[in-house]
Design a protein around this ligand. Structure first.
Ligand SMILES: O=C(O)C1=C[C@@H](OP(=O)(O)O)[C@@H](O)[C@H](O)C1
Ligand SMILES: C=C(OP(=O)(O)O)C(=O)O
Length: 437
């Protein structure tokens, strides 16, 4: 546990903040490379707890990952016979939901475990689906064992993926290696985080896999992956746009400006939705060759928004909402109760403890700003809770994040990046403007 007093901005934040690679793209690339028909290269990979766990997982199953380049962000992945092994999922949804399908293809048993907190994250949907597709699995939650037999029959499966899009992605990613391919039919309330499924489909196609989506086939909530080889290809990982959002929020809450370079013009990352969110809260948002620039308004406007597709952004948006000019509603995010922690409860508890008025709804949060005072901000082992505390701390002195090291899940070195952002702001505005803030 590393307690950290979030620095308060003494001036509008003005900075250029490059971000490392996307967790979601890096971990999908590792799975596809593990199943490919030859060596693949992943460039600008994210190195963080979640991606290092994924690297260790595919290595444990028999894949070679060479990360010996200067900064470890270029990964050469050479598939080998899948043998099975011990997989530590940590608290990573992508590892616990994407790797079991690969382990089912291995010629031997794989044991899965993870953090204590991971044992309560929803998982049985994936394991039940794999069983019905022919895999042999002991257990319904972490810890569990996949008794790989060297092949998976595949075929058609119906699942309720309303709890997590990762149930769909985790099956689709390996579906081409199943003997009969895979047809997933979702039955239940709407699937969250659809851009993440689009990301899965896009990356499968970039590796030559044939996929039919509901939009193309006309079959509602149905995805088909045709059996076939996964081509070894090169992956260029985009910056992690969800990890960019706290830095952009820093501009929004201090009336400053922050630029994130290399922001993709088109992307399936849900973090791209921050552009429209910040605009509707009154910020000026511009995408140029220099990257994405956000200029904060004098007063941040409240927002009523459905975050079902982009739930990952909720902690950032909740922090912004607590600093806005009226009551905000964040809706469509019941599934966040199964994220790293119950994020609705955690955000309500922490914002309330500083003085905001927050009502936890069944599927979201009603946030009424009120003067806040510093105090403890618990992170619940959730990287995005820690970064939400950092945003609030920019304008509320004395916010102490109990465990900032949890940001290493997807962004190791967060505190250093945050400090550099603030330092560069002070240098930038000296000597004329600083005293005016
Ligand atoms: O597939 C992915 O890479 C992810 C999908 C989403 O999960 P849910 O659909 O469970 O929200 C997202 O929140 C998570 O951070 C990453
Ligand atoms: C929900 C998240 O992570 P995971 O991949 O562990 O589900 C997240 O990063 O916000």
């Amino acid at each position: 546990m590393t307690a950290w007093t979030a620095p308060t901005a003494s001036a509008p934040v003005r900075a250029v903040v490059p971000l490392p690679g996307s967790k979601s793209i890096t971990n999908r690339a590792l799975i596809l490379a593990a199943l490919a028909d030859g060596p693949s290269v992943i460039r600008r990979a994210l190195r963080s707890r979640d991606t290092d766990l994924m690297i260790a997982a595919v290595r444990a199953l028999g894949v070679t990952v060479d990360d010996s380049g200067s900064d470890g962000t270029t990964l050469t992945v050479t598939p080998g016979p899948l043998t099975g092994g011990a997989v530590d999922c940590g608290l990573a949804g992508t590892v616990m939901r994407f790797v079991p399908s690969v382990a089912a293809l291995a010629a031997g048993p794989s044991t899965f475990d993870g953090d204590e907190q991971a044992r309560t994250r929803p998982l049985s949907t994936v394991l039940d689906a794999l069983r019905s597709l022919g895999a042999d699995i002991d257990g319904d939650a972490l810890p569990f064992v996949v008794n790989g037999t060297g092949s998976v029959r595949g075929g058609t499966v119906s699942i309720d993926a309303s709890g997590s899009s990762q149930f769909v992605s985790g099956l689709l990613l390996s579906g081409a290696a199943f003997e009969e391919g895979l047809v997933i039919h979702h039955v239940g309330k709407p699937v969250p985080s659809m851009p993440h499924i689009d990301m899965t489909v896009g990356m499968l196609r970039s590796a030559g896999v044939v996929v039919d989506t509901p939009a193309e086939s006309g079959l509602a909530d149905t995805w088909r992956v045709h059996p076939g080889t996964v081509d070894a290809v090169g992956f260029d990982v985009e910056p992690d746009l969800s990890n960019a959002t706290p830095f952009l929020a820093a501009a929004a809450v201090t009336g400053g400006d922050v630029t994130v370079p290399d922001w993709p013009r088109t992307t399936t990352q849900p973090g791209d939705a921050i552009r429209a969110i910040l605009e509707s809260m009154g910020a000026d948002v511009e995408l140029t060759d220099a990257g994405l620039t956000v200029r904060g308004p004098n007063t941040l406007r409240c927002i009523d928004i459905d975050l079902h597709d982009v739930g990952e952004l909720t902690p950032t948006v909740a922090a912004l909402a607590a600093l806005a000019d009226g009551v905000s509603f964040l809706r469509g995010i019941a599934h966040l109760r199964g994220h790293e922690t119950d994020r609705l409860a955690a955000l309500a508890t922490e914002l309330t403890s500083l003085g905001a008025h927050v009502v936890e709804m069944d599927d979201g949060l009603e946030i009424t700003p009120a003067p806040m005072t510093g105090g403890a901000w618990l992170s619940y082992a959730d990287h995005r809770m820690a970064t939400a505390g950092a945003i609030v701390g920019l304008v509320v002195p004395g916010v102490v994040v109990d465990d900032v090291s949890t940001t290493a899940k997807t962004l190791p070195g967060f505190e250093g990046m945050w400090a550099s952002m603030l330092e560069s702001s002070v240098e930038y505005i000296e000597p004329t403007v600083r005293g005016d803030f």
